[in-house]
Design a protein around this ligand. Structure first.
Ligand code: PEP
Ligand code: MG
Length: 589
């Protein structure tokens, strides 16, 4: 989903069933057929490169998704299988390619992990383009009229990334889930979207009037005038709330009893910083550097780490930048890791993150990244943060590598700040429970609640079957956060929360009541969290924590916390309260 309300006329993109013809080729023509396939792959690569070129300066995540698609084009396994079919069965390239894609698609279907399963559609998109090139069909961009609601079976990330240029009002699709790249790109461009509606292309016709409420996933086709009026009103409320939040940009995030709460942003690349500053973030609390490792065969060198970090510092103009060393493995895969083909039954409990940095497979990369980051420390306030630290032993091991790198730089006469702050993410119960010991040996903590919830509740964070158990307000989590905050306070070191829960306005009073004074979140959440902070007092937040302390379940905690939120006398943003749809509306998904 991608939040926001949109109205528009439907522009239906029919499900173009691109059939692959099948015919035999003469044994003498097999080489020509293989060459046709490679030529179509090369043409597809060029088309994607062109799309990417247009997008490069706008949004780094689109860029990387399309780079990943280019990599898929050259997947030896898939292309090799297609070439094998051409040669062994003397059949044409289109048919051979279709079979090779179907073989792979079958494997994707049996994967339980939602995110990985959705990569099937990426493979389909990529090779559909190749098929189009083989058949000499149109591969140009979609061209809906401006302000249209695009209705499609599915949209490729390349199409979605170019659609915002066409100024479409919204997107709705039959296929896809919340981690499909279409949804991710729509969110990045703030295009309201609802995906995974299954049969919407059968319900809607071109030129039908459509209303989308991206936040609640509602689509109404040919609504009554009353429904339109209700949604227009809701849209106005949301815009006004947004404008109100924008006016908060330059106001401090201080509680009514005058305690400052620092609000930072989480970013994936320097290109996100202009917006983040616009939303009022006071620095970077988490820079996820994994994206630097995503290009095939182009592992980042020291210069790249250095340049990117300096770019972040320049954009921040003196505000602090917390840069996390790479956190690869499990749900964050990079080509070099895929090539290593680790056979792990439980990747989330396996060779990921800092463990990988300290293992032979990742050690040189880690060393290189640390050199780049320490060199950048000469240009501004960088803090280096290590993810997934399990305890003091691992902390000492990473610090030993930092010492090695510092010694090298000193010997080479390369400038760096010797007092660069070194901190750790608290993402495992083992770290939370030994926070007092860890606090003696590092400069700051940042609680990664996404993983801390996963590992405390034993709930895979990307597994839809157990997502109902993924509960930030579980009493166990509140206890762990309280323990970490107390340990940080006793040792006089700062502690941030940088998991998704830091960006939930409703949870902010609980975190402040537990002693947290720094929150790092996706930049769009900064204004709303700031609004909550400015409407409450620390005294009340501490009393709230006192009330929830003895509660046994997350449901009970949530009830008390929502009472607290309703009680805050603050200018409220619109939430819920959307008028129900009239029964006269033609369709609803
Ligand atoms: C976390 O685990 O809360 C976190 C911020 O790290 P990531 O989501 O990148 O694993
Ligand atoms: Mg994490």
């Amino acid at each position: 989903m991608s939040a926001g309300i949109a109205f528009g006329r439907a522009y239906l993109i029919g499900r173009d069933t691109l059939k692959a013809p099948r015919h035999h080729v003469e044994p003498d023509d097999v080489d020509t057929e293989v060459a046709r396939l490679y030529k179509a792959i090369a043409a597809s690569d060029k088309q994607l490169a062109k799309i990417k070129e247009k997008l490069a300066s706008e949004n780094e995540s689109d860029y990387h998704i399309i780079t990943a698609h280019q990599m898929m084009l050259h997947d030896e396994h898939l292309v090799g299988a297609a070439v094998g079919y051409i040669r062994e069965q003397t059949i044409n390239a289109e048919w051979a390619l279709r079979r090779a894609v179907d073989d792979i698609a079958g494997v994707f279907d049996s994967i339980e992990d939602e995110y990985l399963r959705e990569r099937r559609s990426d493979v389909e998109f990529v090779f559909e383009r190749v098929l189009r090139n083989l058949l000499g069909r149109d591969t140009g961009p979609l061209a809906p009229p401006p302000d249209a609601i695009v209705v499609a079976y599915d949209l490729s990330p390349a199409d979605t990334a170019t659609l915002h240029k066409a100024a479409v009002a919204g997107l709705i699709t039959d296929a896809g889930g919340k981690t499909s790249h279409t949804a991710i790109i729509a969110r990045a461009h703030e295009i309201p979207a609802v995906v995974g509606l299954e049969t919407i292309t059968e319900v809607v016709e071109t030129d039908d009037l459509v209303v989308i409420d991206g936040a609640s996933g509602v689509v109404i086709v040919n609504p009554t005038p009353q429904t339109v009026a209700d949604y227009r009103e809701e849209q106005r409320r949301q815009v006004a709330a947004g404008a109100h939040l924008h006016t908060l940009r330059d106001l401090p995030a201080r509680t009514r009893d005058d305690t400052a709460v620092q609000l930072f942003c989480n970013i994936d690349g320097p290109d996100e910083l202009d917006d983040a500053i616009d939303y009022g973030a006071m620095g970077v609390g988490l820079f996820r550097t994994e994206y630097l490792f995503m290009g095939k065969g182009r592992l980042p060198d020291e210069e790249r780490h250095y340049q990117v970090a300096v770019q972040v510092l320049e954009k921040l103009k003196g505000l602090p930048a917390t840069i996390r060393t790479f956190d690869l493995g499990a749900d964050k895969l990079a080509p070099f890791l895929e090539d290593a083909a680790l056979e792990e039954a439980n990747p989330a409990l396996g060779l990921r993150s800092t463990r990988l940095c300290l293992a032979p497979l990742g050690r040189t990369l880690f060393h290189t990244q640390l050199r780049g980051l320490l060199r950048a420390s000469a240009h501004g306030p960088i803090k280096i943060m290590f993810p997934m630290i399990s305890g003091v032993g691992e902390l000492r091991a990473v610090k030993a590598v930092v010492d090695e790198v510092k010694a090298e730089l000193t010997a080479e006469g390369v400038p760096f700040d010797p007092d660069t702050k070194l901190g750790i993410m608290i993402e495992m119960p083992s770290a939370a429970l030994t926070a007092d010991l860890l606090a003696q040996e590092c400069d700051f903590f940042s609680i990664g609640t996404n993983d801390l919830i996963q590992y405390t509740l034993a709930v895979d964070r990307v597994n839809e079957y157990v997502s109902y158990l993924y509960e930030p307000l579980h009493p166990s989590l509140l206890r762990l956060i309280g323990t970490v905050a107390a340990a940080a306070k006793a040792a006089n070191i700062p502690v941030t929360i940088c998991g998704e829960m830091a960006g939930e306005p409703m949870i902010a009073p609980v975190l402040v009541g537990l002693g947290i004074r720094e929150l790092s979140m996706s930049a769009v959440s900064v204004p709303e969290v700031k609004s909550t902070i400015r409407s409450m007092t620390v005294t009340d937040a501490e009393a709230l924590v006192g009330r929830i302390r003895g509660l046994a379940t997350a449901t009970e905690v949530r009830a008390i916390v929502s009472d607290f939120i309703f009680g805050l006398a603050r200018p409220r943003t619109a939430s819920g309260g959307i008028a129900a749809q009239s029964p006269a509306d033609k369709g609803r998904a």
